[in-house]
Design a protein around this ligand. Structure first.
Ligand code: CMC
Length: 388
């Protein structure tokens, strides 16, 4: 096989050059464009961070105002998208609805095929960042049998999303602590270098397909339980465990390899995931408003036992970002099957920034790995009547 390397799962393969996100997995460091995630979570907002991720620099005040205005005024979706979403089965998973609707959007914006034009790419990026929350909220309301709520341009990115999700008959004013907590969670999820979903975005996008189709591929990758679907699985696991007194038995099952400890382990972080530390703290801010989610006690007990157990210590398995997010989302009254969607909304900017960077990179070529063939050598065709 000459110089070909065999690296299933790309454990040790660099697929691109990127100046967006830096991770040091041993030291537990995550930075967007050089800025530590802790500082961005503390002092920035999701849309400001999105601007940074896309453009490489923090915006000036006029740049930020113009960017927020642009996103806010692109949040409406075509009426036929609503009709398309009406066609889903009543119990369709919201992530399935999001993935399908993203791919359908390519038919609404055929000019998006012109991926060589940087201005055209930027237009589609703004559209997607603006419209993904609207589609996500519609997916939830379709599932609940509730009428769709149109975007409200007077609200923030997360305030508007909360309103589109949760408004009933009365006027809806988002709780500022919830709005802020969701915004911080969105900052934490905005990008994460070459994870499975982003690798899918680049891989599908490298064929020069439009960004809606490529993003449907990225979102599909995110849906899996080993990736963004893990936050949903963590909550289901905590529900199955039921109480802190059952944790030791669950750990025994993990060590017997009957089940995985969902929300634990990471391909890159072999120390604590820095996002998990911020999310854990954030949970308490949310509990101040909505009351303590009893699931936190099971999670804390799981974390305590696992961090002292040689099985987890020797494999460098620590809580990842998904371990505590589900507890917050549940406390905020999001249904469990919306959790992966709450990961996909903020990751939109990461996918698109990486896709844009790829198309600006002269080194880019179509993603087309080779293989080590393990099948038959050449053999002659046998007509069906002669096959034993
Ligand atoms: N529970 C129990 N054992 C585990 C776990 C876990 N969550 N994760 C890894 N291991 C074991 C694994 O069985 C293996 O043991 P051994 O060497 O004895 O065979 C060892 O740890 C190394 O694991 P690996 O599967 O080679 O590690 P990986 O880098 O290929 O996988 C992972 C990373 C995230 C897919 C994996 O840790 C996992 O499945 N975790 C649970 C799902 C999860 O929480 N995913 C969210 C990831 S973070 C956010 C995101 O990316 O979306």
């Amino acid at each position: 096989f000459g110089l070909m390397t065999h690296d299933p799962g790309f454990n040790n393969t660099s697929s691109c050059r990127s100046s967006i996100t830096y991770i040091d997995g041993d030291a537990g460091i995550l930075r967007y464009r050089g800025y530590p995630i802790e500082q961005l979570a503390d002092s920035s907002s999701y849309l400001e961070t999105a601007y940074l991720i896309l453009n490489g620099e923090l915006p000036t005040k006029p740049q930020l105002d113009a960017w927020v205005h642009e996103i806010t005024h692109r949040t409406m979706v075509h009426e036929n998208i609503k009709k398309l979403m009406d066609g889903f089965h009543f119990d369709a998973h919201p992530m399935g609805m999001l993935i399908s609707t993203l791919s359908a959007m390519s038919t609404f914006y055929p000019q998006a095929k012109n991926i060589k034009d940087p201005a055209m790419r930027r237009l589609q990026i703004a559209r997607l960042i603006a419209k993904v929350p609207t589609i996500s909220a519609y997916a939830y309301r379709k599932r609940m049998g509730l009428p769709y709520v149109y975007p409200d341009n007077s609200l923030s990115y997360t305030g508007n999303f909360l309103k589109m999700m949760f408004q009933r008959a009365d006027p809806y004013i988002p709780d500022p602590i919830m709005e802020k907590a969701l915004d911080v969670l969105f900052v934490l999820h905005a990008d994460h270098e070459q994870n499975c979903g982003t690798n899918a975005m680049r891989s599908v996008g490298s064929s020069n397909v439009d960004p809606y189709s490529a993003m449907a591929g990225a979102a599909a990758a995110l849906y899996g339980p080993l990736h963004g679907g893990a936050n949903e699985q963590v909550l289901r696991m905590l529900q199955e465990i039921g109480s802190a007194s059952n944790v030791a038995d669950y750990i025994r099952r993990v060590k017997n390899r009957e089940v995985l400890l969902m929300g634990f382990g990471h391909r890159v972080y072999k120390n604590y995931d820095p996002r998990a530390a911020i999310v854990k703290q954030l949970a308490y801010d949310v509990f101040e408003v909505v009351g303590r989610n009893p699931m936190i006690d099971i999670a804390l007990e799981l974390e305590k036992i696992a961090l002292e157990d040689d099985y987890f210590v020797s494999r460098k398995l620590y809580p990842n970002v998904d371990f505590y997010t589900g507890i917050i989302y549940q406390a905020m009254k999001f249904p469990v099957d919306m959790f992966p969607v709450l990961f996909a909304i903020p990751r939109t900017v990461g996918w698109l920034a990486q896709w844009d960077e790829m198309h600006n990179d002269k080194e880019t070529s179509i993603a087309r790995p080779r293989q080590i063939y393990t099948g038959y050598d050449a053999r002659d065709f046998v007509p069906v009547e002669k096959r034993g």
